[in-house]
Design a protein around this ligand. Structure first.
Ligand SMILES: C[S@@+](CC[C@H](N)C(=O)[O-])C[C@H]1O[C@@H](n2cnc3c(N)ncnc32)[C@H](O)[C@@H]1O
Length: 224
């Protein structure tokens, strides 16, 4: 079990850094604001929320993106349950997850069902307004077998230089294959290789202003 976990280093500002990938889990400036800019606005959310809307994610990490999406879902008064499926190879120990989320009171306030499931070793969170599943394993192996299709993808691997396996063209093709017609994907990176991978997979790729010090990010849309 231990070799599947990712040792965490903590910066003074409370940001967790993966020792395995030598990269932070979220923005050093403000992880929640970055999530809202990149993954929510980058996918046209909350405006596209509707009953049964399905988000999928590469890289579950601390669960911050899930909680940001859930908060947006609630704030928008979206009907029914948000569906969220995330792919994670190295699940974070629950005590690290709780510590990381504690830096964001808004996210922490919504985190109890996730944390109690995680502490029990569970990988599903089912509540009145959320149906979430975290699929453990290398996304390159697990995504091809997934039966779902997402309306919006959060592509949130560590940086392409440090975590190239989560940005491979073959994996971007699987993302496209698991996207509903007209569905979208967004990521904080504007790396050329990622943009080309998404375009090669059939997405229409757009460059948008990035968050904080990052000049650009990437948004992508599947054919309708
Ligand atoms: C930047 S972090 C994700 C942050 C996360 N979205 C959050 O809200 O905290 C990247 C994640 O990708 C995971 N990861 C790296 N390589 C992977 C792979 N091949 N398959 C699945 N997950 C992977 C890492 O373990 C890490 O949790």
């Amino acid at each position: 079990m231990h070799d599947h976990q990712s040792p965490i280093l903590w910066q003074d500002n409370g940001v967790p850094v993966s020792a395995r990938f030598d990269d932070p889990y979220f923005s050093l400036t403000d992880g929640l604001a970055e999530t809202r800019h990149v993954f929510l606005a980058g996918n046209g959310l909350p405006g596209r929320f509707r009953a049964g809307f399905h988000i999928a994610e590469l890289g579950f990490g601390t669960g911050l993106n899930l909680l940001a999406a859930l908060i947006a879902w609630r704030t928008a008064g979206a009907p029914g349950r948000l569906r969220f499926t995330s792919f994670e190879a190295y699940p974070m120990p629950p005590e690290d997850m709780a510590r990381a989320l504690a830096a964001f009171p808004e996210a922490s306030a919504a985190a109890a069902p996730l944390l109690s499931a995680w502490r029990a070793g569970g990988r599903r969170v089912d509540t009145a307004d959320l149906s979430a599943e975290i699929i453990i394993g290398d996304a390159r192996k697990t995504l091809p077998h997934w039966q779902g299709r997402a309306d919006a993808w959060f592509l949130d691997g560590f940086s392409p230089a440090r975590n190239p396996e989560l940005w491979e063209p073959g994996l971007m093709a699987e993302v496209a294959r698991h996207t509903a017609p007209g569905g979208t994907a967004a990521t904080y990176t504007a790396a050329g290789a990622v943009r080309r991978g998404l375009a090669g997979a059939g997405f229409e790729v757009t460059r948008l202003p990035g968050f904080g010090r990052k000049r650009h990010m990437t948004a992508a849309q599947a054919p309708k």
